[in-house]
Design a binder for this molecule. Structure first.
Ligand code: ADP
Length: 261
């Protein structure tokens, strides 16, 4: 794979975009999309002068339309590029805008790559300080190609503290290192659940595994997101937690500060 990395064409920047931050995970369902959305909104909340876009590159299971409460087909610009849909001040692009909700996305590898290529290259973002990319889960060809085709300023990797998730998170770190993408750090999601009735804390997926992994492999630990009913509820309503509960900004803020300082 390392050889392939070297032989691929040179990276081309995305016009108008200053920095690309990818949010990745080894496994699906660990909170990658939730983190990507709240990171994008968190950056803007912390620094109003920043412009941030959100690209859903999870072409198999696009979640950004639902999380950002957006639907519809993007219009085309004069030069035939797709115009992002906007909510909460964030322009968004997703495969979910281009296919029916219920149609299965059963593509062969090449089709996946051309879809990704289109999402990466044929969107009229305008001027963005940051483009946050919600990556497909895992560490396969698609993830590798994205990391090689565009200049990525940094990768944030999300994991739960569960052993099976940690293993794959570590693979993620290695993949980004191989293609010389700086790993900004790890985010631990769902480390603790606090019972709203009795306040008892339960470590459903194990305790602090992501923090320990970060220490072990020498990458930054960026922060903790608790397993919380409101996070799930607000996500399902398309009102991300950072918008609906500004107190929760703490996580995004620390993430932002740690990642970008
Ligand atoms: P991924 O992008 O890794 O597949 P998602 O962000 O889509 O994961 O999250 C998977 C599911 O878990 C979603 O239903 C989401 O609302 C929920 N979820 C993610 N993080 C949390 C959390 N910290 N607390 C409660 N629910 C969460």
């Amino acid at each position: 794979k390392q050889q392939m990395a070297r032989s691929l064409p040179k990276q081309k920047p995305i016009p108008g975009v200053k920095q690309v931050i990818v949010v990745a995970s080894g496994k699906g369902g660990v909170g990658k999309s939730t983190t990507a959305v709240n990171l994008a909104l968190g950056i803007m909340a912390v620094d109003h002068s920043k412009t941030v876009g959100l690209l859903d590159a999870d072409v198999y299971g696009p979640s950004i339309p639902k999380l950002m409460n957006l639907k519809g087909n993007p219009e085309l610009s004069d030069d035939n590029r797709m115009i992002p849909l906007i909510n909460y001040g964030v322009p968004c692009m997703s495969m979910g805008f281009l296919v029916e909700d219920t149609s299965p996305i059963v593509w062969r590898g090449l089709m996946v790559m051309s879809a990704i290529e289109r999402l990466l290259r044929q969107v009229q973002w305008g001027a963005l300080d940051y483009l946050v990319v919600d990556m497909p889960p895992g560490t396969g060809d698609v993830q590798l190609s994205i990391s090689q085709n565009i200049p990525v300023a940094g990768a944030v990797i999300v994991s739960t503290p569960q052993d099976v998730a940690l293993l794959d998170a570590r693979r993620g770190v290695e993949m980004f290192k191989k293609v010389n993408v700086p790993v900004l750090g790890l985010i631990q999601n769902m480390n603790v659940f606090q019972c709203p009735n009795c306040n008892h804390q339960t470590h459903i997926f194990g305790s602090d595994g992501v923090r320990q992994l970060a220490e072990k492999i020498g990458v930054k630990f960026l922060g903790d997101i608790p397993l919380h009913l409101t996070i799930r509820e607000m996500s399902d309503k398309g009102q991300p937690i950072v918008i609906s509960y500004p107190d929760s900004l703490e996580v995004s803020t620390s993430l932002y500060i740690v990642a970008f300082s």
